[in-house]
Design a binder for this molecule. Structure first.
Ligand code: BGC
Length: 713
């Protein structure tokens, strides 16, 4: 890839002044979306004219994009086009479910669909570059950004990261329906202590490489054009000043030839962190560590020329950073086609993108429990009460929805959608507790829609409590006390806690499902769609258990169910062992039987694995119920004795399968070196496959006990 446009870039570099070079490394925020000439945009226009800015974020609208581009292309000395970036995270006009929900589909195709739809809409409106996918693995449900993540597993996240990059970029980023992706936030941001956003992360080299890095490596392998640095420190060194992670690991060891962009003012924050003495020092440290573009703050452009003249910034490193930016602009086709075709702008969601969003949203839902089987709603019911604060609410789009999208294309509500889906059924609705009780008493069945508003998840939205806010537990208790049948639909951006989860007969985790929220929830409630999602994150019993995650190491004194009287175990005196719902959990309106796994061979040499050999695992699966449905067959490995202790379970395969009632199939997985080895603590990066016994577990959640054993010799 690095040979593309080399000659043109070299020629251009040769004509650039230091100020113009630093200009290419500057990304400015568009103040107000009023178009050139409006308040807050003059600085950007002046910088564009002077060649002191290379990219702009938060500018929306094709006409605005063209007007500012015209200044850069026609009025600046070198005419280098601007690059427009925006936070398009789970949709531009067509809002898909939040990424955490998408992960619950255990089907990376859903995120590829979101990526492709978003890319088409955004590019048509002038956006070249989206700050997505976010791929921070996290064990922290208190952290609001878990909603933007794919949960607690690096393998699942890596598969989604690669799929989203493909969805955005396709085969050719210069196409008018594609954009450049941004793998963020590099790295270990999900490890924020206490779940407090932006907080310290002290992480061992082996955990960095085994837990946090794999999605980034997968994204780079999938061709991700850019990477964004994270706000946190990584073992005492802020990610924006971290040469080990940005340069050694990402650029040198992995060969990443794209652009590293800072996060918003992340360069200046090196001073606040206590790493850089002042803004000039911050500019020097960030560029030196491997940041190529500075977002929002202006330390590099202000201090760079002087630092360069004094020999404090290397000319080669500066040229390398500029080369990366120019290469991206060439790859996006901006030098050939800097302007947007105003006649081809996609102004709103279409019936087909809405259908895609509805299908994806329904695929993401996780039926946590259903006993007795309240769901799906019996088609012959004559009345359904839909109660709770989210029963008739449009606050279901999720975090990172553009303001304009939120205003113009709100989510459909559950009440409206159920009324449309069940035209012959009386649908009553109530918000308050007493009204809900009255409605429940009068109805055949009640659907209680509770959860978290969008404002409680996303950036800087950390919670110390994972319970339902605003007295919603009282509402559930009051409906339960009627003795009438009810089901709970839970919306939100994170795992939630509450003992009501033990007593409610049926609970559907719907997340924040996006623009088609109401219809997708109604599809699942009525059984038009049989739910098949699985939890991409552990649901704790109580917030005090956090961090609790399935891919943990064993202690020397694990809880032993056979010896409950033994007090000297790792756990809590006041809580039962384990989570409320484990990673990978989710049921359907049908049942499945998974038989024990079989291996194509039970012994294999480590050397053969490293040469590319693989072991096949076969898992028979049968739909034992009376409805067609989906099951996600999951494969986990556990290396029983290793030089770095290995997680008790590590997801290394999953397949979402649709089976007719009574149908059966055999699911096959291949296990190779990537699945059976691990990274050691070596700072230079050493991946090893060690001899020993590997337990291969397969089943329908991480709690499965079915297994067979592979011996590596
Ligand atoms: C977030 C990034 C985002 C950027 C630009 C930051 O605060 O951490 O994820 O891309 O803002 O809006």
């Amino acid at each position: 890839m690095s040979s593309d446009h080399d000659a043109e870039i070299k020629e251009l570099l040769g004509r650039m002044t230091p100020v113009e070079k630093f200009g290419q490394l500057q990304q400015l925020a568009w103040g107000f979306n009023t178009g050139p000439g409006g308040p807050g945009t003059e600085d950007v226009e002046t910088a564009a004219r002077a060649g002191r800015v290379g990219s702009v974020l938060n500018l929306m609208g094709a006409a605005n994009a063209n007007a500012l581009q015209r200044i850069a292309v026609e009025e600046s000395r070198l005419g280098i086009p601007l690059l427009y970036g925006l936070d398009v995270i789970h949709g531009y006009w067509t809002t898909f479910p939040i990424p955490l929900a998408q992960a619950a589909a255990f089907d990376p195709a859903v995120t590829e669909t979101d990526g492709a739809v978003s890319a088409r809409e955004a590019r048509s409106d002038g956006i070249h570059w989206v700050f997505s996918p976010m791929m921070d693995v996290t064990h922290e449900p208190r952290w609001g950004r878990i909603a933007e993540s794919h949960g607690e597993d690096p393998y699942l996240t890596a598969r989604y990261a690669a799929a989203k990059v493909r969805g955005y970029q396709g085969d050719d980023m210069s196409a008018d329906d594609r954009v450049a992706a941004c793998a963020k936030h590099f790295v270990a941001y999900g490890g924020a202590e206490g779940g407090r956003d932006y907080n310290t992360v002290d992480v061992s080299e082996q955990r960095l490489r085994n837990l946090y890095l794999p999605p980034f490596l997968a994204a780079v392998d999938a061709g991700a054009a850019t990477v964004m640095a994270a706000f946190n420190t990584v073992s005492g060194v802020p990610a924006h000043g971290n040469a080990h992670t940005l340069t050694d690991i990402l650029k040198t060891q992995r060969g990443f030839d794209g652009v590293v962009v800072s996060d918003w003012a992340g360069v200046d924050e090196l001073v606040v962190h206590g790493f850089a003495a002042d803004r000039a020092d911050a500019a020097r440290l960030a560029l030196g560590a491997g940041v190529d573009v500075e977002m929002a703050s202006t330390s590099l452009v202000e201090h760079g020329p002087d630092l360069l003249a004094r020999g404090l910034i290397s000319a080669d490193r500066l040229d390398d950073a500029v080369t990366r930016v120019l290469r991206l602009k060439f790859r996006l086709g901006l030098f050939d086609r800097p302007y947007v075709d105003l006649d081809a702008v996609i102004p709103e969601p279409t019936p087909s993108t809405r259908a895609a969003a509805r299908d994806v949203a329904a695929r993401c839902m996780v039926l946590l429990k259903n006993a007795p089987a309240i769901l799906p709603l019996d088609p012959s019911v004559s009345s359904v009460a839909v109660v709770g604060p989210f029963a008739d609410s449009a606050d279901l789009l999720g975090t990172w929805v553009l303001g304009e999208t939120q205003r113009r294309f709100p989510a459909g509500t559950v009440r409206e959608a159920l009324a449309a889906a069940l035209p012959d059924t009386l649908i009553s609705h109530a918000d308050g507790v007493q009204e809900a009780v009255d409605a429940a008493l009068a109805a055949d069945v009640t659907v209680v829609v509770v959860g978290e508003p969008t404002a409680l998840s996303g950036e800087a939205a950390t919670r110390s409590d994972l319970g339902l806010p605003d007295g919603q537990e009282d509402l559930i208790a009051a409906v339960a006390a009627t003795g009438r049948p009810y089901a709970v639909v839970l919306v939100g951006g994170r795992p939630l806690t509450g003992d009501w989860l033990d007593t409610a007969p049926a609970v559907l985790m719907a997340w924040h499902p996006g623009i088609e929220a109401g219809n997708a929830i109604a599809d699942v409630l009525t059984g038009a769609v049989n739910p098949g999602g699985k939890l991409p994150v552990t649901f704790p019993r109580a917030v005090g258990q956090v961090p609790i995650y399935y891919n943990r190491e064993n202690t020397g004194r694990p809880h032993d169910p056979a010896r409950p009287e033994n007090p000297f175990v790792s756990g809590y005196l006041d809580l039962a062992d384990g989570p409320r719902f484990p990673f990978g959990h989710g049921i359907a309106y049908t049942t499945f039987a998974v038989s024990a796994p079989e291996l194509s061979r039970t012994r294999i040499e480590a050397a053969a694995l490293c040469d590319g050999a693989a072991v096949e695992v076969t898992v028979p699966l049968r739909n034992t119920g009376d409805r067609a449905g989906d099951e996600v067959v999951q494969l986990y490995v556990h290396d029983r004795a290793a030089s770095v202790v290995q997680p008790v379970r590590r997801l290394r395969g999953f397949r979402r399968v649709h089976l007719a009632a009574g149908a059966e199939t055999v699911v096959r997985f291949a296990l190779g070196a990537d699945d059976l080895g691990f990274w050691t603590g070596d700072p230079n990066g050493r991946f090893v496959v060690e001899p020993g016994e590997i337990d291969v577990h397969t089943g329908t959640s991480s709690a499965t006990t079915d297994r067979c054993t592979l011996t590596i010799v």
